[in-house]
Design a protein around this ligand. Structure first.
Ligand code: SF4
Ligand code: SF4
Length: 303
């Protein structure tokens, strides 16, 4: 069971939800992957022991000048515009290269050799009984999806897939999120009851449910008591609740606006360690999620 936890924007409490869910579930094996590779911070809360660290990268082209005829074929076949031929010069934009190898394959004079361009690291370890993995993109590197792919490939052995896997996705709705969500069984979308939260939730539902076809559910963080408006700096409304009702998206958990939760976060303390009574709520949320998945399988005729 792979549960991907995402949010349409940063700062909604996605990591709080992901780490608290991991610490609440008794299921084993349980794996936690921090796929927010541009800013991985789940380790601050789970405090894992890192056992292996590996540099990762892609193969990028290097031009052998004496063999190059400047025919331009490599630039023509590159879907990512990572290579250009300008007069008697071949320019390679390494940071845009996805390492697909098309340019080398199509070069008529074998003037391209491939060299490794490292762009980040993958760390694997354990936080107690929880298997932990995180990807860390090097500063200034723009390509998050390959490192997310590689992290998932290395950490998700068949045995681990048999258990519960919690994926803390990147915030937003762009390629890193799509890569984090790919292959998940369900997407848990964390939002807040504000117009911004609603706007980004709409986008997150479009990507996770409408484009990737995943069952989705919502956690409303910093929620008011049901039926009441949130007051103060985070002044909210019931737009998120109405949207979820209209779209048939279940709300599996509401976490109230509570200063103690913010204080725990600032101290690097997981929510369920600071306020242990929330463990039952996270467990209940997991059970609701499983029921929802079972029901949607029946509806879709999946055995
Ligand atoms: S395809 Fe090969 S020969 Fe043609 S410009 Fe590119 S590197 Fe040079
Ligand atoms: S390896 Fe692929 S992405 Fe990179 S420059 Fe060559 S064709 Fe473009």
């Amino acid at each position: 069971m792979i549960i991907a936890i995402a949010s349409g924007k940063g700062g909604t409490g996605k990591t709080t939800v992901a780490t608290s869910l991991a610490l609440s579930l008794p299921h084993r094996p349980l794996t936690f992957l921090d796929c927010d590779v541009e800013e991985p911070n789940a380790a601050l809360f789970l405090r894992p022991t890192i056992e292996t660290q590996e540099r990762v990268g892609v193969l990028v082209p290097e031009i052998i000048a004496e063999r190059c005829t400047y025919c331009g074929r490599c630039a023509e076949v590159c879907r990512y515009h990572a290579i250009a031929v300008v007069g008697q010069q071949v320019l390679v934009f390494r940071e845009m290269c996805h390492g697909c190898g098309s340019c080398a394959l199509n070069c008529p004079t074998q003037a391209i050799r491939e060299v490794v361009n490292h762009f980040g690291s993958i760390e694997l370890g354990h936080a107690g009984e929880i298997a932990f993995g995180q990807g860390i993109l090097d500063v200034g590197q723009p390509l998050a999806p390959p490192i997310i792919r590689q992290l998932k490939r290395q950490a998700l052995t068949p045995a681990r897939r048999e258990g519960v896997v919690i994926i803390d996705a990147s915030p937003g709705t762009s390629c890193p999120v799509v890569e984090s969500l790919r292959g998940a069984d369900v997407a848990l979308l964390v939002t807040e009851p504000t117009p911004f939260g609603l706007h980004d939730l709409r986008l997150a539902v479009e990507v996770a449910r409408d484009e990737l076809g995943l069952p989705v559910g919502v956690v409303i963080n910093r929620a008011a008591a049901r039926g009441a408006a949130v007051r103060g700096a985070d002044a909210g409304d019931d737009g998120v609740e109405r949207f979820c009702a209209e779209q048939g998206v279940p709300v599996w958990l509401r976490i109230p606006l509570d200063r103690r939760i913010a204080e725990a976060y600032s101290e690097g303390l997981p929510l369920v360690r600071a306020l242990p009574r929330y463990k039952d709520q996270f467990l209940e949320m997991y059970q609701q999620m499983m029921k929802h998945l079972a029901a949607s399988r029946v509806l879709r005729g999946v055995p």
